[in-house]
Ligand binder design. Structure first.
Ligand code: DGL
Length: 257
């Protein structure tokens, strides 16, 4: 039986899910969070789907063995696309919340506009994305923008480096002045926002699903009578048990929201 004081687990292939964790802590300050990033195996987004599923199942089994958890938030678009149905089959009694590229927000706000979706190869090729596209793209033109190499830059603490600027310039430079909005369809990318704004300009809205996922988590916990209003707690863990990854995680966590 799940209890209010149990943890909300947050999982990502690496440090990207910290962008979702930040929104969760803002929305639900009285909750206890257990974060696990699988940086040893990141990036997931260029792997075959079966590999993403196997890594996810191993990571989630580890999380549930480590702490009593009343909910699991998948702070990773790639894992949501490839493995959330499987997770819900294997853990039918657990509250499991995923994250999807914020296409609905884009379609609602920019009807008739051109919207870029920057995401991993897995997210853009999985059936879930096509379903999402057909549901919301009626009103706007959607440009798929896979970004190989971007996750690695965030994982190595180089989100604001000359290499990041070069990569983003190559990917988004040709779209400068042509996009009404850019959907950040990978939870690592909000940490590249500064670099992306340098290329696209400060006025282009960058949309990510973190805040929506946090609101959905609150809604699901409230519906189950499992909202906690305690002092709050955060346990930050990673499969790469090195001081450098811990320091990077803390730095990303403490960036101004
Ligand atoms: N952070 C993950 C996402 O939201 C992907 C990172 C990866 O490729 O491992 O898609």
């Amino acid at each position: 039986m799940d209890r209010k004081e149990d943890y909300i687990a947050v999982f990502d292939s690496g440090v990207g899910g910290i962008s979702v964790l930040r929104q969760l802590r803002r929305e639900l300050p009285g909750e206890r969070f257990f974060y696990f990033g699988d940086s040893t195996n990141a990036p997931y987004g260029s792997r075959p789907t079966q590999e993403v599923r196997a890594l996810t199942m191993a990571a989630v089994a580890h999380i549930f063995a480590a702490r009593p958890c009343k909910a699991l938030v998948i702070g990773c678009n790639t894992v949501t696309a490839a493995a959330i149905s499987l997770l819900r089959e294997v853990y039918p009694d657990k509250i499991i919340i995923g994250i999807e590229p914020a296409l609905k927000v884009a379609a609602d706000h920019f009807p008739g506009g051109t919207v870029g979706v920057m995401a991993t190869e897995v997210t853009l090729r999985e059936e879930k994305f096509d379903t999402l596209l057909h549901r919301f793209d009626g009103g706007c033109r959607v440009v798929k923008l896979p970004a190989p190499g971007a996750v690695e830059l965030v994982e190595s603490g180089r989100a604001d480096s000359p290499e990041a600027l070069a990569l983003v310039q190559q990917l988004l430079g040709p779209w400068a002045g042509k996009l009404d909005a850019l959907v950040l369809g990978c939870t690592h990318y909000p940490f590249l926002s500064g670099t992306i704004r340098r290329v696209l300009g400060p006025e282009v809205p960058l949309l990510d699903g973190g805040a929506g996922t946090a609101r959905e988590t609150r809604r699901r916990l409230a519906a189950a009578g499992l909202l906690e209003n305690g002092p709050g707690e955060l346990v930050l863990t990673n499969s790469r048990e090195e001081p450098a990854i811990f320091d990077l995680s803390q730095m990303l966590l403490n960036l101004p929201l």
